[in-house]
Design a protein around this ligand. Structure first.
Ligand SMILES: Cc1ncc(COP(=O)(O)O)c(C=O)c1O
Length: 424
């Protein structure tokens, strides 16, 4: 009976008023602004020149400019292929990754690791770890402020803004000395409201490649503690600054010695060449085991509503490399190869610029560490080398040294030299 009373859909719609039918879903949507890093790759892909070079994105390339799959990663892939994936994915596989990750940053014998005071969760690489932390910060300290270094990886701003956490910056870079603006940095720490959050890059600061010295880290730690600020480390390049994992984590150890509670976002994207796998870890050091358990449950709840669980394949790769002594050694030696090649390219770029008779002091190229060279080129100079030489770097003058090779370094030096002469 009820079927007969239904009006057929076609008849129903034909009787509706035109204006009701025409409701404009999404008419108000405007294109989002371009991402300052990813848009460089789009410009590069659209360029048809055979001379083009992409030095925008921080992805490691070998001496011929080819992407690299590390041998340690290949061996871990072979291990996965030779086993039943479901067996590798034991119920505690994720917690093993977390355990191995935190040992990397805090040290395997540190009290932070052995006393159960760390809350940890596998995260979608460092971006995901930062976002989880930002959500957690908003949930637990809704009125707090996150202080980011000026400059910083541009996506940090998006992450904390989207989580609706108030963001401010602290001074970091001195454009005259092309080094750390240490007095200004300390001043900003002292002037921030008590109990603010401070994001720190413990090594290979992106984009500047400028890290504080050990003594400067001690002072930063002291002043953050004096104001009860919370240090949050974004560890995206551990090992790629000095070639040594422990050395690159020394800032974090100083903070732990000083009795800070800390947060760490870790990424395996750059250090294992696993950008597409999105493997990372978020850890928060708390006062005791009870706190750690509570924090971990909150983090798991936040992640559950966003994406439930991260993918497992990359997690098993990383876990295998960190837990198998032979693979671990192989990976660490490969990391040294990557770091040394980048350092050689820094020296080579500087030498070539000096050979061309550049009037500019290029010492900062070799003083900086990690994947990036904060060249000091102006936006006009950056645009010039893209237009005339088809060399793409980010608009802030950041050059990804990981993409510089013996084959393109002379060309790059010529491009920079000409751009700095033409656009002073
Ligand atoms: C400081 C910093 N944090 C996070 C990221 C993003 O890392 P991931 O690819 O692991 O999300 C990057 C690099 O792109 C970075 O430089």
């Amino acid at each position: 009976m009820w079927r007969r009373s239904l009006v057929p859909a076609t008849k129903y719609f034909s009787t509706m008023k035109k204006e009701k039918m025409g409701f404009g879903w999404w008419n108000h949507v405007k294109p989002a602004p371009k991402d300052p890093i990813l848009s460089i790759t789009q410009d590069f892909l659209a360029d048809t020149s055979p001379h083009k070079i992409n030095l925008g994105v921080g992805a490691y390339r070998d001496e011929h400019g080819r992407p690299v799959v590390l041998q340690s990663v290949q061996a871990a892939e072979a291990y996965i292929a030779a086993n039943q994936f479901s067996e590798l994915l034991s119920s505690d596989a994720t917690s093993k990754l977390v355990e191995q990750s935190v040992k990397l940053v805090y040290g395997k014998n540190s009290d932070a690791v052995t006393e159960g005071k760390l809350a940890g969760i596998q995260a979608l690489s460092s971006t995901g770890a930062c976002r989880l932390f930002a959500e957690f910060q908003k949930r637990l300290y809704p009125d707090s402020v996150m202080y980011l270094p000026d400059p910083t990886w541009s996506n940090h701003h998006n992450i904390w803004n989207d989580a609706e956490v108030r963001v401010r910056t602290y001074r970091y870079y001195n454009s005259i000395s092309k080094g750390l603006d240490f007095p200004a940095l300390l001043e900003d720490i002292k002037n921030a409201p008590d109990q603010s959050f401070f994001l720190l890059h413990p090594c290979a600061h992106n984009p500047t490649g400028i890290d504080p010295t050990e003594e400067e880290w001690r002072q930063i730690s002291y002043h953050l503690k004096a104001k009860n600020h919370f240090p949050f480390f974004d560890v995206a390049y551990q090992g790629l600054a000095s070639g040594d994992l422990e050395n690159d984590a020394k800032a974090i150890k100083i903070f732990i010695e000083d009795g800070h509670l800390t947060g760490c976002a870790q990424s395996f994207a750059k250090i294992m060449g696993l950008v597409g796998h999105r493997v990372g870890c978020l850890s928060i050091l708390s006062c005791n085991k009870k706190q750690a358990t509570a924090i971990e449950s909150q983090l798991n709840q936040i992640a559950r509503a966003m994406y439930s669980k991260p993918p497992a394949h990359g997690m098993i790769l990383v876990s295998r490399i960190l837990s198998d002594p032979k693979l671990r050694l192989l990976w660490e030696s490969e990391m040294k190869v990557m770091t040394n090649r980048i350092m050689r390219m820094r020296a080579c770029l500087r030498r070539n610029l000096e050979k061309l008779g550049s009037h500019i002091n290029w010492e900062h190229i070799t003083n900086q560490v990690g994947m990036f060279c904060y060249s000091g080129l102006s936006i006009d100079q950056v645009v010039y080398i893209a237009k005339k030489f088809h060399v793409y770097i980010t608009h802030d003058g950041r050059i990804s040294m990981a993409g510089v090779t013996a084959e393109n370094v002379e060309y790059l030096a010529e491009a920079i030299h000409e751009a700095t002469r033409v656009n002073k």
